[in-house]
Ligand binder design. Structure first.
Ligand code: MG
Ligand code: ZN
Length: 240
């Protein structure tokens, strides 16, 4: 008998459930295995950082949101007050690493090739090549991508999403996994607000809908406004 309407029409036979060997099911298991082994390596990274007394930040954004400029300007302000080291993630080139090198802090470049995110194993290799000094900060620039970097724990203490006012206000709604994973949001390029149609309060409302306790900094890395609050917060986190 049909349980929906109570009639006695025989129900059409249900398609057989997908066997465990189906392509989809194998893919799901592969993904779960991949994330589990990543999480194990991330835990080792976290331990290593903890023992060294280093705070790590994982900076994520879409390409062009200004991560590298934010890093360079942050380093300029922190330099001489605490040890800073950088891991640069990009699919290709050493261009961003060269910009960081010019500031004088130790940096290692990881090229992911076809890969679209950093994983904990790559970050571990980076850690092996950097001096990790007590009461220091490690800044990790992830590959520009708002999708899968959200799923990969690197062993960092904070996930920072950099969101610029030249993007759409609705990014938090379109990429909720990223905006849920990040405990810190940097709204960058605020100096351009007079020239673009970007509703700051709407964008931040969307971000808080996805993650109510997100810590927000509104700044312009190129022009310098708002940088003090961000750098002060970072200093306080390193001392904590
Ligand atoms: Mg960059
Ligand atoms: Zn990816």
């Amino acid at each position: 008998m049909c349980t929906t309407c109570g009639c006695h029409t025989p129900l059409p036979a249900m398609p057989a459930p997908l066997p465990d060997t189906s392509w989809e099911s194998r893919l799901v298991h592969l993904e779960a295995d991949l994330l589990a082994s990543n999480d194990a390596q991330a835990a080792r990274n976290r331990q290593l950082l903890q023992r060294a007394g280093v705070r790590a930040l994982n900076l994520m954004s879409s390409p062009g949101a200004g991560k590298t400029t934010l890093l360079v300007e942050t380093i300029r302000r922190l330099q001489g007050t605490m040890p800073v080291a950088v891991i640069e993630g990009d699919q290709q080139t050493r261009l961003d690493a060269e910009r960081i090198e010019a500031t004088g802090v130790p940096v290692t470049q990881i090229n992911t090739g076809k890969g679209c995110h950093l994983d904990a194993r790559m970050v571990h290799q980076g850690l092996m090549q950097l001096p990790l000094l007590p009461e220091g900060v490690l800044l990790i620039e992830n590959v520009g991508n708002l999708v899968c970097p959200a799923a990969f724990d690197l062993g960092e203490h904070h996930k920072v999403v950099v969101f610029s006012v030249t993007e759409g206000e609705d990014k938090p709604l379109k990429y909720p996994d990223m905006f849920r994973a990040a405990d810190v949001l940097v709204l960058n390029k605020c100096d351009l607000l007079p020239h673009v149609r970007f509703d700051v309060s709407r964008a931040l409302d969307y971000a808080r809908q996805i993650r109510p306790d997100v810590q927000i900094f509104q700044l312009s890395a190129t022009e310098g406004s708002g940088m003090d609050a961000w750098v002060d917060w970072l200093r306080a986190r390193v001392r904590a």
